[in-house]
Ligand binder design. Structure first.
Ligand code: AHR
Length: 663
């Protein structure tokens, strides 16, 4: 009896050992199969490019509703602008007084202008039944969006200039003067003081106005008048519009590049984007002319950019000027871009320190000078900055090269782990492109930023561009690219090109479509990814393509899985494996006019779950979305049963993403 039990026990053990061996064999086989036909690719491949162009930040993603909140608008930004633009002086109930714009003893040196409201008389005529007063009204960015029962955080800084305190009624009103929300406050300080109040709306309105009405005699200085919805993205103070921020989060971008674009190097040296001007309390930030012809409050500043990246799990990619201004400064693009100016050499040490300070601000301990400032802003933990960009499609002149090298060498020496991104001009080829790459090769720059806006045909005929790139040279960041247009055919050409980016994900380490956001009627760039107005938006086919790639990224490119007619340049495909989720992702692009077959062979994968997810973007090539028809082109997702080997027929003008689970 005992013997037979022992034998049965031994058999069980033997079966167990055999089972474990088979299992481990299959895992090993699966791993080796992946390694056999695959290569590791960048885990940061698809991200976002954010620039305050097209009112993307102020009047856009930034949830501030007051326009010209600090009375800093001026004619250098737009000829007709002045400190009272978007404000109106108002008197009610036969009251009177006066206003002036002053600069003496401002709320902060960076914020020099403020308004003085001097109330001489508050009318008390019997025939007037409303609230008498003297004040100012703000029109917002074409009106303010107010939703019934929502709460709005109002703030303003005042300095009481009269002996007696001044009482204010703060209201949100319709353009016809109907009060939607109301609160009151009274000044209590002869020094600058910030007052806050909550306004709760009793009805919804799309073009509300903010009215600040003094109801008592007296004189007050007023500055930094602000109105934010209480609901911002992740409820961050000084935060972002929830709907637009969520659209970006939905893309699951691996990184966000900011703050531009041309906004980085600026229109002349005085217009370069200096990150230190954009942190700290908003009243201490330095607003400046936006190179795209309007005003930057810098309300979305470096802290907000980093915070947003963290909130959506994207790596920050700040781009700093290479100490030269845009070559097109002063509109010199008309005569060939001769407007580049360089910081004088005697200012370079200070400038280099500014770059190094950014890294300390982002990553340094709270005990460091700049880490302490980050902590004071509410973020004691480091932001784990990995990438820093230097320069934006600059003209590669001797002045540029000298300064770029100085910054590069200083960052390398102090922060060798920071991945530095250089620049190679505004085009896919040509003098600046070649010179930019020569600089990169000479200095062994980690990554080099390429930019090109092209016709869709260019993307189709250059889809193998990176197959021929030197694997030992700098890696590529395709920092700005797009085909000229927001039709489905443009987006499909981009999809086709993006399969090439995945195939070359060993050397193309990042890519971002540009520009990202565009406010309806306020655009400076023709083709953009998301169009919005104050309370709605529509997504372009280009957005859908970008999202279908970025939300379906992998870290291995797997070859020999998909076969197609290679002679047809309008067909492209890629297969990636995501080792975190264990998912295999197939992307099939058909840019032609007929149905086309792809053959899929998943034999190298041991285990496959038959029920896969299929997402498809398809339509007529000329189709576009709009505010009226925002979903003319939109992806559709369904369940799709796969087997080890199967054929898939793609419809004309389509991108199909098949996501297959292996566990
Ligand atoms: O994306 C719009 C602009 O195009 C960027 O600001 C600039 O870098 C490029 O020329």
């Amino acid at each position: 009896m005992k013997i037979s039990i022992r034998i049965r026990g031994l058999r069980k053990a033997a079966i167990l050992i055999a089972f474990v061996a088979v299992c481990s064999l299959s895992i090993a086989q699966q791993k080796s199969a992946i390694i056999l036909n695959s290569k590791k690719i960048s885990t940061d491949l698809f991200g976002l490019f954010f620039e305050d162009i097209n009112y993307a930040a102020d009047g856009g993603l930034y949830a501030e509703q007051v326009q010209n909140r600090s009375f800093e608008y001026n004619p250098t930004e737009r000829k007709e602008w002045h400190p009272l633009s978007y404000w109106e002086y108002i008197t009610t109930g036969f009251s009177y007084g006066r206003i002036s714009i002053e600069t003496n003893n401002p709320v902060h040196a960076n914020n020099p202008h403020y308004i003085v409201l001097d109330v001489e008389h508050i009318g008390k005529e019997e025939k007037f039944t409303g609230v008498s007063g003297v004040g100012i009204k703000n029109f917002g960015f074409e009106g303010m969006i107010v939703k019934a029962n929502d709460r709005y955080n109002f703030a303003m800084h005042t300095r009481q200039l009269s002996k007696e305190p001044v009482s204010f009624t703060i209201t949100l009103q319709t353009p016809q003067g109907k009060i939607i929300a109301e609160t009151k406050l009274t000044t209590s300080s002869v020094a600058w003081k910030k007052y806050t109040a909550v306004l709760t709306a009793n009805q919804s309105h799309d073009t509300a106005q903010l009215v600040i009405l003094a109801n008592t005699k007296g004189k007050t200085a007023i500055d930094v008048v602000s109105l934010f919805p209480e609901k911002t993205f992740r409820n961050r103070p000084n935060g972002l519009r929830t709907d637009l921020a969520q659209l970006l989060a939905n893309m699951k971008p691996s990184f966000i590049r900011f703050p531009g674009g041309c906004l980085v190097h600026g229109d002349g040296l005085g217009n370069m984007y200096r990150w230190k001007n954009t942190i700290g309390p908003i009243e201490e930030r330095k607003a400046q002319r936006n190179i795209w012809g309007y005003h930057q409050t810098t309300g979305i500043g470096y802290f907000e950019y980093f915070q947003f990246c963290e909130d959506i799990g994207a790596k920050p990619l700040p781009v700093l000027p290479a100490a030269v201004s845009c070559q097109n400064s002063g509109g010199t693009w008309r005569i060939g871009g001769t407007g580049q100016r360089a910081l004088p050499m005697e200012e370079m040490q200070e400038y280099i320190q500014e770059v190094l300070d950014l890294i300390e601000w982002a990553n340094g301990p709270v005990t460091s000078t700049w880490g302490a400032k980050r902590a004071a802003a509410g973020h004691p933990a480091p932001f784990n900055l990995e990438y820093v960009g230097i320069g934006n499609e600059d003209k590669i002149t001797t002045e540029f090269e000298q300064r770029f090298k100085m910054i590069h060498d200083a960052v390398e020496a102090k922060y060798p782990n920071i991945i530095l991104v250089g620049t190679s001009g505004p085009f896919h080829s040509g003098e600046d492109f070649d010179k930019g790459w020569a600089v990169a090769n000479q200095l062994k720059v980690d990554v080099i930023d390429e930019h090109y806006y092209v016709q869709p045909e260019w993307l189709i005929s250059n889809q193998y561009r990176y197959d021929a790139y030197n694997r030992k040279a700098s890696k590529v960041y395709l920092g700005e690219y797009a085909s000229w247009g927001n039709k489905l055919s443009n987006a499909i050409a981009e999809a086709l090109y993006m399969t090439g980016l995945e195939r070359n994900g060993d050397i193309v380490s990042m890519a971002s479509y540009a520009p990202l956001l565009a406010k309806d009627k306020f655009t400076q760039w023709k083709t953009d990814m998301i169009f919005f107005n104050n309370n709605s938006y529509y997504l372009t086919p280009n957005y859908h393509v970008q999202k279908m790639f970025s939300a379906n990224a992998g870290d291995y490119y797997v070859d020999k899985v998909i076969s197609k007619n290679n002679a047809d340049s309008l067909l492209a495909a890629s297969c990636v494996y995501n080792s975190k989720t264990g998912d295999i992702i197939l992307k099939l692009v058909n840019g032609g006019t007929a149905v086309q077959k792809f053959q899929i062979n998943l034999a190298s994968f041991q285990k496959l779950i038959p029920a896969a997810t299929l997402t498809q973007l398809v339509g007529i090539g000329t189709a576009e979305n709009s505010f009226i028809n925002s979903t003319a082109i939109a992806p559709v997702t369904s369940t799709f049963n796969i087997s080890k080997k199967f054929n898939y027929e793609t419809p004309a003008m389509s991108l199909t993403v098949i996501r297959i689970k292996t566990k």
